[in-house]
Design a protein around this ligand. Structure first.
Ligand SMILES: [Zn+2]
Length: 116
């Protein structure tokens, strides 16, 4: 019970962190105001670095399955972390869609991080 309560606190803290570190543009995208690697913005939360959209998904939508990545399905803006614009899907489905959208590159493989 205490553990559940703690989880809820962490989730609320993460949601608050995300809201405090984004600006919303005309497309409704939540653009992270933090620094990043040029492709993705990063959020620091509880001593760990997350890709902004990944932390946003964890905060608002819940856990990500081991074989899933978070895809920018609605806006194709890699700096967006609006959970309404995101979708959890398998890596291969994500890559297929990205190649179709003309932004598929080997960065998916070379980042060494399973959540792209
Ligand atoms: Zn968006």
């Amino acid at each position: 019970m205490l553990q559940l309560f703690f989880c809820q606190l962490v989730i609320l803290a993460a949601q608050r962190y995300v809201r405090d570190h984004v600006t919303i543009n005309d497309d409704g995208c939540w653009i992270a105001t933090t620094s990043g690697d040029g492709r993705y913005r990063h959020f620091w939360f509880l001593g760990r670095r997350y890709k902004a959209h990944v932390l946003s998904w964890l905060a608002f939508c819940g856990p990500i399955a081991r074989n899933q990545v978070i895809d920018h399905e609605r806006c194709d803006n890699t700096q967006c972390c609006n959970p309404d614009h995101l979708r959890a899907c398998t890596q291969s489905a994500n890559m297929k869609r990205c190649f179709a959208a003309g932004r598929g590159r080997s960065t998916f493989i070379t980042t060494g991080d399973s959540n792209g």
